[in-house]
Design a protein around this ligand. Structure first.
Ligand code: PA5
Length: 472
């Protein structure tokens, strides 16, 4: 990657401050000073906790050189042999690969000719809607498709059902060679997928035991799909390394953007802002907002704090897209309840410039657009939204990407991961577990009569029966 593309992302938090949105809603410098001890604690916990417990993700920019080499070699073989690359996974095993695909590939990638694409078509199947599986099978030639089955636990019902369906079709169609169409990405020893991988000799990549699903985009979960798409995965890791460096070097909240963002969100939560809106002004980043929503929701939404007190922590993440949602959600954001923090994502230099043509000189109310570009329009609309939010005294800040590339996306991923970890420390919760998700997984196993889940099945059976009078 060229040096001029490796620029840092920045955060503009002017519109979080009382100087800009007034003292009733805004945050005063004094408020930040007051929580400095908590911010210091979060900064120290990040540094002290590196690589310990479930923070293996902090080390991923540094410890994967052999894995990256294997991924690049495998990606090269896949590009040679296959027309389609399908990820089978859900949650943290799907949202990252899809977000990065959308951020860094052509926005109509699968519609491009093979020559223009330079790699296989790309699909992420993260649901078990039968119509969706049937639709996929309608559009891919299974003999020219490789399936990357991604599951850390190796037992998630959705992913394992997809695996069963696909492996059955592969076996019937391809006989002995079926196993060459599956790549497993899973835990080194736990779960069923690793056993199946060994028994069937699948090419396998590993998710480190100390890396949880939603923090796994920068390990083979995300790196293999990205490499198959021709994305510079080393630049992604370099971007992540840069942000980690900023956070490791400085505990000063005014010099550490993820720490400042976490501190501002913490103060906002205490002021009753229970909703975090993520609104990128770029179609390429719309699925980064989905990825963020999982990270934020699953990490921070916790019933208990670390002392076992019931605190019902969390901030509901909401995704929006600029400018599209200016004509949908922004009315609510500017005039509805004062319960949100809005994060805009700005792109300084889009990868394309599209000029708005002349041709309406006699219509001044249209002509004002002529000769400008869509780039200017989207930028001015973002600035206009910022202004409208500020005028309506709504907390908002902007993450600025110099451009969208592998380096800035690596930064953005690491930025949000570290911000989440900092905020988790400030809220005194376990950021890295997900008991609520596990509860749903266990209830599914029980409903299917899986061995070992008899108690859960009895518990479900004993729950109140639905009353027909409430179904009309
Ligand atoms: O962040 C998480 O841990 C979850 O969202 C998981 O990624 C998701 O439940 C899928 O789990 P697995 O990768 O074990 O199939």
């Amino acid at each position: 990657m060229k040096a001029e593309q490796m620029k840092p992302i920045k955060v503009d938090f002017n519109n979080m401050m009382s100087d800009f949105i007034g003292s009733k809603e805004g945050i005063a410098q004094r408020d930040i000073t007051l929580i400095k001890p908590l911010a210091d604690e979060a900064a120290a916990a990040y540094k002290k906790g590196r690589g310990k417990g479930m923070t293996g993700w902090t080390e991923l920019p540094y410890n994967q050189s052999e894995i990256v080499a294997d991924i690049k070699k495998t990606a090269g073989e896949i590009i040679e042999k296959f027309d389609n690359f399908v990820v089978l996974g859900i949650g943290g095993s799907a949202l990252g690969p899809f977000a990065v695909f959308n951020a860094l590939c052509h926005l109509r990638y699968n519609d491009l000719s093979k020559r223009k694409r330079k790699g296989p078509r790309f699909f992420v199947e993260d649901n078990v809607d039968p119509e969706r599986m049937a639709a996929l099978l309608d559009v891919v030639d299974i003999g020219k498709t490789v399936f990357n089955v991604i599951t850390k636990s190796g037992s998630t019902s959705e992913t394992m059902s997809q695996y069963l369906i696909i492996s059955d079709i592969l076996k019937k169609k391809l006989g002995d060679k079926w196993n060459q169409h599956i790549i497993a990405t899973t835990d080194t020893k736990n779960g069923n997928l690793i056993k199946l991988a060994k028994d069937n000799k699948f090419k396998t990549f590993y998710i480190p035991a100390n890396v949880g699903g939603r923090f796994s985009e920068l390990c083979p979960v995300g790196l293999l799909p990205a490499a198959v798409l021709g994305i510079d995965i080393e630049a992604m890791l370099e971007g992540a390394k840069y942000i980690d460096g900023v956070c490791s070097e400085s505990d000063d909240v005014f010099a550490n953007a993820p720490l400042m963002s976490a501190a501002l969100q913490y103060i906002s939560i205490k002021k009753g802002k229970n909703i975090s809106v993520m609104m990128p002004y770029a179609d390429s980043l719309r699925y980064m907002a989905d990825w963020y929503c999982q990270l934020w929701g699953e990490s921070l939404g916790k019933e208990n704090d670390l002392n076992g007190q019931k605190i019902y922590a969390g901030q509901t993440p909401v995704k929006a897209l600029g400018v599209t949602d200016q004509h949908s959600q922004v009315q609510l954001y500017t005039e509805g309840p004062f319960d949100k923090v809005i994060t805009l994502i700005a792109v300084e230099k889009y990868r394309k410039t599209v000029k708005i043509a002349d041709g309406c000189a006699e219509y001044p109310n249209v002509n004002f657009l002529c000769g400008h570009t869509l780039n200017e329009l989207i930028t001015n609309e973002r600035l206009a939204t910022e202004y409208a939010l500020q005028r309506a005294q709504r907390l908002n800040h902007t993450i600025i990407l110099p451009s969208v590339n592998a380096y800035t996306i690596g930064q953005l991923i690491m930025f949000f991961q570290i911000e989440t970890a900092y905020l988790g420390t400030m809220l005194n919760i376990d950021t890295f577990n997900q008991p609520g998700v596990e509860e749903g997984k266990n209830a599914t196993y029980a409903l299917f009569g899986r061995q070992g889940y008899e108690e859960k099945k009895a518990e479900i059976k004993a729950s109140p029966k639905k009353k027909s009078k409430y179904i009309i």
